[in-house]
Design a protein around this ligand. Sequence first.
Ligand code: SAM
Ligand code: SF4
Length: 483
Amino acid sequence: MKTKYLYINTIGCQMNVYDSDKIANSLLSLNYKATENLKKADLIIVNTCAIREKAEQKVFSFLGRLAGLKRKKPGLIIGVGGCVAQQEGKKILERVPYLDVVFGTHAIPRLPEIVERVELKKSRIVDIGMTDQIVEIESVADSLENGPKGRKVSDFVTIMQGCDNFCTYCVVPYVRGRETSRSPEKIVNEIEGLVNSGVREVTLLGQNVNSYGKKEGLCSFSELLALVNEIDGILRIRFTTSHPKDLSDDLIYAFKENEKLCRHIHLPVQSGSDRVLKRMNRKYTRALYLEKIDKLRNICPDISITSDFITGFPGETKADFKETLDLIKTVEYEGLFAFKYSDRPNAKATLFAQKIPDQEKKERLKKLLDLQEVISRKKNQALVGSTQEILVEGFSKKMSSVLPRAGETKINESLPNNIQWTGRTSANKIVNFNLESSSVSCGETFTGSIVNVEIEKAFSHSLWGKYLKLEPAPLKGEESYAA
Ligand code: SAM
Ligand code: SF4
């Protein structure tokens, strides 16, 4: 069968990244090989996010760029998947006349069949059917060896889809459907497959991981973490996202009980004002949130805490925003993501009055980010002089001009004397460090191991360090996998 080329543009969150891997792997069955060269592609898929207006605008601007390509290559198939596809359905076909496929968030398992139909009949297809069941498709790991990206150290695993919380600003329940959890057996199997392909760190994904398994009567999320903690070869476990209202004592204690669970929690608060939190339907108060932060820090003093914020939610007064800034000063996050509020189709807040002018939303966003920048620098500065355990992810971005991408090739004689590597601490801080190329004969074995690095310099979004020869005692399951 002739090899065809697939180009995927993922415009979205970690869930989209995970789905893109599934898409690429499922299309291997039709002989589509991944390419990063748009012009070479026979099939272009845009995997989209509808969370914020900006992400959606990016999707249409990318699709606009494809018009010329399709004219030059009429056999080219173009598809849009993910949240924007789910939300807009066949309206996208009207807006983009050269588009062939629109497939929703629950249609990924059907994608090979859809593409085959387009190849044969040259028809345009829309599939945005949703179901309350998770349809399992071939594990990403099963075909990874021939897969699109080669070896990865860290990967995502979806443990649940959808959301039942209906925060008033959010589109997720409408585009990803009701909350549904995958069985622990499927999750463990998938992770074991990933370990075999070289993955050493997994991030368990769900919109509200704390309610994992509750509806279906499966095990609890903390029990799932304990199961994953037992998997040989996995060195680190992360998860996202945890909803503050459901953050249980069990999960807080999990940081103490599971040695592979990274000392980091992403706990999106969105606002520091009780009035705004109520209008957002977040179902917790500022006091309850701060109580949970205290508990986390009591149980796990070195835990790193990050969060999400929205500025300019409808009706947010200057006093409300001041409370948000005050919360940031009180908690002193390691880092945060902040977004200007945007109206989303179907989300309740779209109908709320007292919309905040864009300029004001922007100014509040800047103030918030400036404040966090100072805190992040201070927190990173405090790490200078400490020794950190780093999971090596590969060559740093700086090396891209002299080397192929991280984890993709072996070091050879033509390389510079010092190679710059990159990895992360348990607290999820990026650390770059140099190592003489002669010290490591094979990039593939150093990548994926945990090494000690002494921190020498701090920036607001990363750290710089010195590699220490002294290796830490192996973590559980590491013995047979370390370099
Ligand atoms: N499930 C997670 C939670 O409850 O915190 C959040 C998931 S959402 C995909 C990621 C972030 O996007 C949210 O935490 C929020 O800060 C932001 N977000 C969602 N809807 C938004 C909107 N309409 N405008 C601006 N930001 C939004
Ligand atoms: Fe959206 Fe709220 Fe669900 Fe998070 S918890 S995905 S913000 S509805």
